[in-house]
Write a protein that binds this ligand. Structure first.
Ligand code: AHR
Length: 510
């Protein structure tokens, strides 16, 4: 027996069992400074396709679809279960064409406009400020209003703030009362324009920073939180100019938009995609980590105290529309690939809880990476819905720092980290660990060392399916639902967890 062989046999016999696992997480349950803001789990509802009309709102006179003041009861129930913390409205690109006064008062008198960004359809403004803000109250979600900077006026936005927030006597507060609402809604979150570099006005960062300063000077209301229209993906210059040119006393958040799209001119089908397309989508989803790190580095330079937050108010997968549907409606199905995007991205947001304080998945219903799909009176919940619900245990919990070592998911000669994770401790002392394995073929065994945290009981849920392309349909609405997970072994304070290919697991340790 050669010397090398003897050494190898020795390692195998005596050291093998204590060799570090290939996928290993060390979880520091005794550390942690940052709370994971529940607003990271926010949503976005634009006047786009069937998101508002048919999705949220079917009209007060609809006798076929059960509703409360025109809002679908099934949708209200599903979103409350999800614990949606906030809802952004009315856009998106639509926001910079929206004149809020068109959407108040008696419905028969409301202006009819054309939705120039999305399908050129007629917008009758039957869903306006009152309908949206009352709906947020029903959902127990904070409204996040996007003001029209692109084609609106400073006065119009100042009036909107006064209309929804002012308690005393004023022309706008009186108008609100005339329209049936005595008490103001006290809207905290305000976006000042949307994608000002593009559909919001094609501005330069320098010009927008000036416009922003002018707008917020007149948005007077105590305690409001002002969000500047932010960069597209890796436009770091945009973030730098905003951080440099806007006094931080006028700025609470800087936005960022990033979609997991393979190629804007060659998008894939939502349901019929190859493994290569899946891999490329995962690559774009993982990019969120790099984007947040780099935008944060710039923000840290100008704001080391982290007073200004990073607000990822549009994110998600973007594919071709479903065949036969209006290309301007952005209606797409939602598969296990989307569950992977959601699990991965939410872990990234959680792990950056010190700077990322809000995020909004695009969009809630029937548009892009939706959590709900509807067809007349039918409604289904997507795999993305289930991931967001499994993860809601992290809302407002203490982020626990983790160290992670992961194997790679390899496709051809390209590689990505296969396992992603985040962990938090809630106010009952329970530790939740969310784990994602994006590998399309291999199960990943992950060792989780909880160090000094004395683990008594562990329970979990898993979202998985046979094929990446699997999705829920109206004829099979529960093809993909979370199930109880018992693919773990507990050895003292260490867990060995088996993550099947393309699965999401959330563990609860007490
Ligand atoms: O979410 C769809 C669109 O994507 C939004 O209207 C716009 O802000 C972004 O480009």
């Amino acid at each position: 027996m050669g010397k090398e062989l003897i050494i190898n046999v020795f390692i195998l016999l005596f050291v093998g069992t204590s060799l570090p696992a290939q996928n290993a997480i060390v979880l520091n349950a005794d550390l942690g400074n940052d709370t994971i803001s529940r607003h990271i789990y926010g949503h976005f509802s634009e006047h786009l396709g069937r998101c508002i009309y048919g999705g949220f709102f079917v009209g007060e006179d609809n006798t076929k679809i059960p509703n409360v003041q025109g809002v679908r009861k099934d949708v209200l129930g599903a979103l409350k279960e999800l614990k949606i913390p906030n809802l952004r409205w009315p856009g998106g690109c639509f926001a910079d064409t929206y004149h809020w006064k068109d959407g108040i008062g008696p419905k028969e008198d409301r202006a009819t406009i054309v939705n120039t960004w999305w399908g050129g359809v007629t917008e009758d403004n039957s869903f306006g400020t009152h309908e949206f803000l009352n709906m947020c109250e029903m959902l127990d979600a904070e409204p996040y209003l996007s003001a029209n900077v692109g084609s609106g006026t400073v006065q119009e936005t100042a009036d909107w703030v006064q209309y929804v927030n002012f308690d005393g006597v004023s022309p706008m507060a009186d108008l609100r009362r005339e329209n049936g609402r005595e008490k103001p809604w006290k809207v905290k979150y305000w976006g000042v324009g949307n994608e000002a570099w593009g559909c919001g006005g094609n501005m330069t960062a320098e010009y927008y920073a000036d416009v922003y300063r002018r707008y917020v000077t007149f948005m007077k209301s105590r305690g409001i939180y002002l969000i500047a229209s932010g960069a597209s993906s890796d436009d770091y210059q945009w973030t730098e100019v905003l951080m440099k040119n806007i006094p931080h006393r006028m700025l609470d958040g800087v936005a960022l938009h990033h979609y997991s799209v393979i190629d804007w001119s060659a998008k894939s089908s939502a349901t019929e995609f190859t493994e290569e397309q899946y891999f490329e989508t995962m690559d774009r989803a993982w990019r969120m980590e790099e984007l947040i790190q780099k935008h944060t580095t710039i923000m840290d330079q100008y704001d080391p105290e982290k007073r200004v937050d990073l607000i990822v108010d549009e994110w998600g997968g973007w594919y071709n529309v479903e065949p036969g549907t209006n290309p301007g409606f952005l209606y797409q199905q939602n598969t296990m690939r989307d569950a992977m995007i959601a699990g991965l991205t939410l872990n990234i947001f959680n792990n950056h809880a010190d700077r990322v304080k809000m995020a909004n998945l695009a969009q809630t219903i029937n548009v892009l990476q939706a959590v709900i799909l509807t067809d007349e009176e039918k409604m289904i919940l997507t795999p993305t819905y289930h991931v967001m619900k499994m993860y809601n245990v992290h809302q407002d919990a203490l982020l626990l720092p983790i160290n992670i070592k992961t194997e790679q998911y390899q496709y051809g000669d390209k590689k990505l980290d296969a396992v992603s994770a985040s962990a938090s401790k809630d106010n009952m002392g329970r530790v939740h660990i969310s784990l994602v394995n994006i590998d399309a073929h291999e199960t990943k065994t992950v060792t989780v060392d909880l160090r000094s945290f004395a683990v008594n009981t562990v329970s979990g849920q898993i979202l998985k399916s046979a094929k990446l392309q699997d999705h829920n349909t109206y004829s099979d609405p529960e093809m993909i639902v979370p199930t109880d997970f018992n693919g773990f072994k507990k050895m003292g304070n260490t867990l060995s967890v088996e993550l099947p290919p393309f699965s999401v697991v959330v563990l609860e340790c007490r």
